[in-house]
Structure formats: structure tokens, C-alpha cells
Design a protein around this ligand. Structure first.
Ligand code: ADP
Length: 856
């Protein structure tokens, strides 16, 4: 599914993990908020600070004024002390100042006046510039100078403020433009007559102001006396920075000025103000420090807030990540859908996209499922229809009353009814045999009463009835199917007539082994007889075992070997009861062997009899041949006998005539012996041929037998003037055979050849014998004549008994020849070229090869 293209911003944002984004947003938002708050906060703080400062300064100023006032009171107290001192009254008692006197000011500069007691007061911070003794009219009569300053001129005229003498007071005033504190007290005699007054003249200068504050408070704060009208400084505690005469407004640029009126001093010059000046730089620095501190705290708070914010987002994004993983895993498992890949980066955006993708996938999957469902429904319907059409079972749908509402083609075919004719008919009445109806109705009622899941799903057997009224066995299953608000029933009817027939057949087939007159056994691989029928008893007895027991080792091995080979094998067993041929048939898939035994005692006896008869026949044939050869043999025998007679007669004559030497006699006797031996050989050979003897197997040389045979027919060969060509193998061709029978074979072949040659002109009468070995395995001997050959029609029947083309022939020669050759496991082949002659080739196993094969 294609995802819509992301915008550049989204592509950028999605790569940034939430904590980083949170940090960035936090910094940005925090910075903006901080900037806005800072402006408001700074202003608010400045206002608060200003208010606070103002109140602080006011407080400080008040304190300053109070100190100033207290300091002033110190002077008042001092003057009171001095004025009431005995020295002064003692001094003034005798002095009389006339009111209109010319005032002669007495000044004391070097030492204290006599009216002043000795005191340490001046060292205690009290710094009057002058102490004046004033008469009752207010005129200065005597003056004690404690500084170098002159007495202010304003005090020297008549109309001056000291006229208030007589009053106890301390006030400030301006004298010669400078502020002064004037403290005075009345000097009285013991009778309370006023003698004058004592006045302390104290210039209010920086030293005074500094002393008034006892150096308490900020070093930077300055106290000053202002002229409220002229708005300039009259005196200050720090004349370097705040000089007398400085304009207050100008000073306001550098100082925060707090001015206040003095407490009501009697007679004081009231246009003076007490001012406290605090350097603005210090105040502002403090303000800035406070603001800085507040900002720093705010910054730390904001930082902590951002960190908490970021940490929160790390936790949230972690949880979102885990949630994503879990959702992804869940949906993969639950919905079996391919999941959108989860990228790294902004988990919220990824989650949003994931949810979007996931929702799209779910929608898509739902669409697919719906389509598949519809398709399945269609297929299912088609399938149901096809099933109904093609089912090998009869499928009949009935309603809750057992009335047929659907009837498939198989049902129509099985029961022989038309579908339409069956609709609405009662199932049990029309399609079941009478005896089966109650069983069906019973089951049908069960199905109606029970839920579809509880119905017994097994088929049950009933007898059905077709249109012709023929009953047949069926298997029937009822399946209830709820459809809307109805309960329908599908009845599956399976015709089991054929199965029943097959079952009966199988049952009868299974009975075959037990009914079999021949022994049938079944043996498993370990050699255990798992089945044996009745006729197997003699075999089991022979093996000495019963059913479910193990066969003797040899037979057990045979069973296993047959199972391994997978091929049937025939073995023979000689029991006391008879000879059995056992056919071992392996049943590979079940891993056992069926043994079918055949009693072949009679067969073997018949074979023995046949063999005996065959020997008889061979012998008879030989006798017959010998009979035919009797003349020749007689002639053959005649020769040595005649020779013996001749030599004997000759010797007798010589003895009678007494002629000849003894050597001649000896030679004659030797010849007689030789000829007698020759005759003996012929007789021996003849006896061998005619005697009845059991067949034997001996090691004999085929070439020697060929030569012997040639000797036997020598007379006939000579008579027919046949040229005999012997091309025999140089080496011995040893065979294991019955020599008499092989000679009989050769005799038959040579005599047939001679018969064929007899019809040819004498010069053409050639007979050739050749022999040899065939790769050491077999040996051969061929008898070739140059007669007229054998016609194809004769060739076909050549080896059949009693087949002959000769008037006096018996037709048994070649038949017996083949029997003998077969007995010797050999072959005989005839080749002929009509008009040119024939070759008969005899092939026999070489003795060496026989020994070899026997050994292996
Ligand atoms: P018989 O010699 O008594 O006829 P055989 O069984 O020996 O019986 O021969 C059967 C027939 O085969 C002969 O009658 C003859 O026709 C034919 N036959 C056998 N050998 C030869 C041969 N070498 N040449 C021609 N025909 C032959």
C-alpha cells in the first residue's frame, strides 16, 4: 500500500526523537515565556523594589533625623549642665551688665573662661565652635572660642535671634548663610534670678552631621541640610560628594534624596530640611543584584522545568516505543498482516503514521476478508451445488416434518425417482423399507430434540426401497442444519449393496486358506508362525513347532532372506510324510511371508519313474544301435580273431615242420596277445554298450570318447569309403559325464552322417569331426558331413521322437541324443545347408567350470 508523500517539515520532524524535539520546543517556549515574563517581572520587581526602597529610605531618613535630633538633644543637655553649674552662677553673681552698656566682648581663645567648669565634654564629640555668655538682653558679653572660626556676624548686631535668651532652647538657624545649632540655657542665681544665658554655638557642618549619625548606616549614605526654598545643600556629612550649595535637583541624578522637615524646634529656621541621600548607583546595583538573583532563580526553575519536561517525554516516548512494538507484534500475530516498518525518530509522528498505516492495512484486510468471504460464499454455494450434483451418496434434505425439500441426482438414480416428483413427499414412507422406518423416525426425533453439536454423527444401517420396490442395504446419516428460524435435516444415504457383497466375498476369500487342502502358512520376520491351516500339520510336525512358535533356524533365515530379496523362492522339504515344495511369497509391506506348500511326493516318484524309463529307453536304443551295428562289430571282432587264428596256425605249422626260429614264434605269440587284447577291447566296449547300468558321472576326455566312437564305426566307414577327417583339440577336453551315454550320442550323430553320406558319390563322402573349448567354460564337438543336407520342413521335427525320413529308421536317435545332452546340462544344435551338408554341434559344460560353479 502506498503511503502519501511526507512533507519536507514532516520528513525532518519524523527523524528527530521526541526527547530532542521536546528539548528544542522546551527551550524555545521557555525562552519566549522567559523573555515575556522577564519584562513584566522586571517592571513589577522594579516597582516593588522602588516602593520598598522608598520606604526603606524613608525609614532610614527618619532614623537619621531621629539620630540628628538626639544629637541635638545632647547639646541641649550639655548647655543645661553648663548653665546650671556653680562656676557660672558664681561668676555671674558679681557681674552686672547694664542694659545700655557698650558691649565689650570678652573673648577667651587660649584657655577656657572662668565660668566654665573643667570638663572633658569637648573631647566626647561635642564640637561647638563657640560658647557664649549672653546677657539678659541677648547681647553677647563673653565668648569662648573653641575653633578658629569667628563669631557669625549675624550674632553681633542688636537684632539677632539670641534675644530669646532667658529661654531654655536648642534650635537651628542660619548665621552668615550657614546652618548653626544654637543651644542655650538660662544662668540663674540660687534665688532664681536670671543672670544671663549660656549659649552653645555649633556649626552644622559635615563633622556635625557625621557625628549626629554616629557613623551608623551605610557608608555611602549622606545626610544633609537643605535649604527648602533655594533647593540647595547647606551642609552635608560628605562634603566631597555633596558640597554645600549643590542643587538638589542636580544631586537627584546621582542620589536618591529623601528630605523631611525637622521636628518642631522652637525658634528654628523652618525653611531647612533634613535630607538623606543614598547613591543611586548603589541602589540600582542592589536592584540589579536582586533582579539578577531573581532571574537566576527563574532560570534555574525554567531549566529544571525543561529537564522534567524532557524526562517526561523520554519516558512517554519510551512507552510509546514499547506500545508501538507491542501493537505491531500483536497485530502481526492477531491479524496475520504484514506490518508497517517502525522507524527510529519521533515516536509520536511514527505512531501517528503507524496508526494511519495500520488503519489502512486493517481496512484493506477487512476489504480483502470481505471479498474473500464473499468469494468463499460463492464458492461454497457452487461447491455445495457441485457436491450435491456429484456426490456419490444420495443427499436428501428434509424439513422438520420429514418431508423432502431437496433430492440430488445420485438419490434420483439410486431410488429411481424424479427430483420434482419427490419434493414434499414423506422421506421414510417413500424411501425406506417398512422394517426400517421406526429406527429412522427414532433417530430423526433424536436429531430434532438435540442440538446439532450433540447429534450422533455415526452412520447407521437401514434398508431402503427403490421405485421398483427392491430393498437394499444403506448407510444413513442425519445432519441437522439450522437455517434462519427453521431446522432442516440433510440425510446422507449411501448404498452399501456393493460393499456388503464385497464383504461377503472377502469373507469367503478369507476362508480360502483355511479351506485349502494344501498347507498354507504365514510367518513373520522373526520366524514366528502366525497362521497355519489344517493341512500344514505334517510340516509343523517336521519342523517341531506349533502355531505362534518360531521355525528352525534354517527356515527362519530363509524367511528373512526372502523378505530382504522381495522375490518368491521355491524350496523343497523331505518329511516323513512326504516331499513338499514350499513357495515362499514375501508380503513386503506387512513384513511377513506366506508359505504355500505342495505335496510333490508323487511328482518326484513319477519323475524317478520317468528317469528310469528314460534310461531303459536309452539302453534299448543303444541295444538297437548295437544290433544295427552287429555285422560291423562282428566283422571288427573277426579281424583280430582271424589274425590270432592265422598266427596260431602259422606257429603250429612251424613247430610241426620244425622251421623258424624261436624269435619268429615269440613274434607270433606277441601278435596273438595283441590281437586277443584288441578283440577283448572290442568285446569290452560292446559289453559296455549293451550292459544295463545306472547312469554315472565320471571325468572323461571328450576327444578320447570321439576316437573310441570312430573306432566302433570303423567298419562302416571303411565299407562306405568315407574319408574321416579328425580335427580334435590337442588338449584333453575334460567333462563330467556318463561315457557310455556320450558315446551313444556321438554314435547317433556319426551314423546319421554316414547315412547321409551313403547317398552321395564316393569321392564326396567326407566326414569331419572337430572339437575345442569355448573360453574354458564349455567344450564342443561337431560332426560335419557333406551329404545332401536337411530340408527346413525336416529340420522343424528333427529332435521329435519317432520322426524319421528313413525307410528303416526308428526316429529315436536324435530324440534320445537330446535327452542325454539335457541330462548333462548341455546343448545340441543342428545347422544344415541343403545340398551341401549338415553340422551337428554338441556343447557340454567343461569339468573345470562345473567344479568352479559347484564351489561358488
Ligand atoms: P533315424 O536315424 O532313425 O531316422 P534320427 O532321429 O536319428 O532317426 O534321425 C531323424 C531324421 O533326421 C532322419 O530320418 C533324417 O531325415 C534326419 N537326419 C539326421 N541326421 C542327418 C544328417 N546328418 N543329414 C541329413 N539328415 C539327417
Amino acid at each position: 500500500m502506498a503511503r502519501p508523500q511526507r512533507s519536507l517539515l514532516r520528513r525532518l520532524l519524523i527523524r528527530v526523537p521526541i526527547p530532542v524535539l521536546a528539548l528544542l520546543f522546551g527551550l524555545l517556549a521557555g525562552g519566549a515565556a522567559w523573555y515575556a515574563i522577564d519584562r513584566i517581572q522586571t517592571r513589577a520587581l522594579a516597582e516593588i523594589f522602588d516602593q520598598e526602597l522608598e520606604s526603606q529610605l524613608l525609614q532610614q531618613a527618619r532614623v537619621g533625623l531621629i539620630r540628628f535630633d538626639q544629637y541635638r538633644d545632647t547639646y541641649a543637655a550639655v548647655i543645661r549642665l553648663l548653665a546650671n553649674h556653680r562656676h557660672l552662677s558664681d561668676y555671674l553673681a558679681p557681674v552686672i551688665w547694664a542694659a545700655d552698656d557698650e558691649v565689650q566682648l570678652v573673648s577667651y581663645r587660649t584657655g577656657p573662661p572662668p565660668w566654665l567648669p573643667d570638663t572633658d565634654l569637648w573631647r566626647g564629640g561635642i564640637r561647638p565652635s563657640h560658647i557664649l555668655l549672653v546677657d539678659t538682653a541677648g547681647r553677647i558679653r563673653e565668648a569662648y572660642h573653641l575653633s578658629d572660626e569667628p563669631i557669625p556676624r549675624d550674632l553681633l548686631g542688636d537684632a539677632h535671634p539670641l534675644t530669646l535668651g532667658g529661654e531654655r532652647t536648642a534650635f537651628m538657624t542660619r548665621l552668615d548663610g550657614r546652618p548653626y545649632l544654637i543651644a542655650s540655657d538660662l544662668a540663674e542665681d540660687p534665688g532664681h534670678h536670671i543672670l544671663g544665658s549660656l549659649v552653645l554655638l555649633v556649626p552644622i557642618d559635615s563633622a556635625f552631621l557625621a557625628a549626629s549619625q554616629h557613623a551608623v548606616g551605610s557608608d555611602a549614605a549622606v545626610v544633609a541640610i537643605l535649604d527648602s526654598d533655594a533647593r540647595h545643600v547647606l551642609a552635608s556629612s560628605d562634603e566631597i560628594n555633596v558640597r554645600p550649595g549643590d542643587n538638589v535637583d542636580r544631586l537627584s541624578a546621582g542620589y536618591v534624596v529623601t528630605a523631611q522637615s525637622f521636628f518642631d524646634y522652637e525658634g528654628s529656621d523652618l525653611n531647612m530640611l533634613f535630607a538623606t541621600l543614598v547613591p543611586r548607583a548603589g541602589v540600582e546595583a542592589t536592584g540589579a543584584r536582586v533582579l539578577d538573583l531573581e532571574r537566576r532563580q527563574r532560570l534555574i526553575g525554567a531549566g529544571v522545568l525543561i529537564l522534567v519536561f524532557v524526562a517526561l517525554f523520554i519516558v512517554v516516548s519510551g512507552r510509546i516505543n514499547r506500545l508501538l512494538q507491542r501493537m505491531s507484534k500483536f497485530s502481526r500475530r492477531a491479524l496475520d498482516m504484514e506490518q508497517p516498518a517502525i522507524e527510529r525518530g519521533n515516536q509520536l509522528l511514527i505512531l501517528e503514521e503507524w496508526i494511519h498505516d495500520f488503519a489502512a492495512l486493517v481496512m484493506h484486510a477487512r476489504e480483502e476478508t470481505r471479498a474473500r468471504h464473499e468469494e468463499e460464499m460463492r464458492e461454497s454455494e457452487a461447491l455445495t451445488a457441485a457436491l450435491m450434483e456429484t456426490s456419490l451418496d444420495s443427499i436428501i434434505t428434509v424439513d422438520e416434518h420429514g418431508r423432502i425439500i431437496e433430492f440430488n441426482p445420485t438419490a434420483a438414480q439410486t431410488f429411481g425417482y424424479d427430483r420434482d416428483a419427490m419434493l414434499g413427499r414423506q422421506f421414510d414412507r417413500i424411501l425406506l423399507a417398512r422394517q426400517s422406518r421406526s429406527a429412522f423416525l427414532q433417530r430423526f426425533d433424536d436429531c430434532s430434540a438435540l442440538g446439532p453439536a450433540e447429534v450422533d454423527p455415526r452412520r447407521f444401517e437401514l434398508r431402503a426401497k427403490n421405485r421398483e420396490g427392491q430393498e437394499f442395504p444403506v448407510e444413513l446419516a442425519i445432519k441437522p442444519t439450522p437455517l434462519h428460524d427453521r431446522l432442516l435435516f440433510t440425510v446422507y444415504v449411501h448404498d452399501i449393496s456393493e460393499r456388503k457383497r464385497q464383504e461377503a466375498e472377502i469373507k469367503s476369500l478369507a476362508a480360502i486358506p483355511s479351506e485349502s487342502p494344501i498347507p498354507v502358512l504365514r510367518v513373520n520376520r522373526p520366524g514366528v508362525v502366525i497362521y497355519a491351516n489344517g493341512p500344514s500339520e505334517p510340516l509343523l510336525r517336521h519342523w517341531g513347532c506349533h502355531r505362534l512358535q518360531t521355525l528352525p533356524v534354517y527356515w527362519k533365515q530363509q524367511v528373512q532372506s526372502v523378505l530382504d530379496d522381495g522375490r518368491t523362492r521355491e524350496l523343497e522339504v523331505h518329511t516323513d510324510h512326504g516331499i513338499y515344495s514350499l513357495l515362499f511369497a514375501p508380503i513386503g509391506e506387512l513384513d511377513y511371508v506366506n508359505i504355500y506348500a505342495r505335496d510333490i511326493t508323487k511328482v518326484r516318484e513319477a519323475e524317478e519313474e520317468a528317469r528310469r524309463r528314460q534310461n531303459e529307453l536309452v539302453h534299448v536304443a543303444r541295444l538297437s544301435t548295437m544290433g544295427e551295428m552287429a555285422t560291423g562289430i562282428a566283422h571288427e571282432l573277426n579281424q583280430p580273431l582271424s589274425a590270432i587264428v592265422n598266427f596260431a596256425n602259422g606257429s603250429a605249422r612251424r613247430l610241426e615242420l620244425r622251421v623258424g626260429s624261436s624269435e619268429d614264434l615269440l613274434h607270433a605269440l606277441a601278435q596273438i596277445t595283441l590281437q586277443a587284447r584288441r578283440a577283448g577291447e572290442i568285446i569290452k566296449r560292446l559289453r559296455g554298450m549293451v550292459s544295463r547300468q545306472q547312469p554315472v558321472r565320471r571325468l572323461v576326455d571328450l576327444n578320447a570318447l570321439a576316437r573310441e566312437t570312430c573306432a566302433m564305426v570303423a567298419h562302416e566307414t571303411r565299407k562306405l569309403e568315407v574319408t574321416l577327417e579328425l580335427a580334435l583339440a590337442r588338449e584333453e577336453l575334460l567333462i563330467r559325464a556318463d561315457p557310455v551315454q556320450i558315446e551313444q550320442v556321438l554314435l547317433n550323430l556319426i551314423r546319421n552322417a554316414l547315412d547321409a553320406l551313403a547317398e552321395m558319390p564316393v569321392p564326396d563322402r567326407r566326414l569331419a569331426l572337430s572339437s575345442g573349448s569355448l573360453e574354458g567354460e564349455r567344450v564342443y564337438l561337431s560332426v560335419e558331413d557333406h551329404g545332401k543336407g536337411i530340408r527346413p520342413d525336416v529340420m522343424e521335427h528333427l529332435f521329435e521322437p519317432f520322426f524319421t525320413t528313413k525307410s528303416a529308421g526308428m526316429g529315436m536317435g536324435l530324440a534320445i541324443t537330446q535327452t542325454i545332452v539335457n541330462d548333462h546340462h548341455g546343448k545340441i544344435r543342428a545347422d544344415s545347408w541343403p545340398g551341401r551338408g549338415s553340422v551337428f554341434t554338441l556343447e557340454l559344460p567343461a569339468a573345470a567350470a562345473m567344479i568352479k560353479s559347484a564351489a561358488s
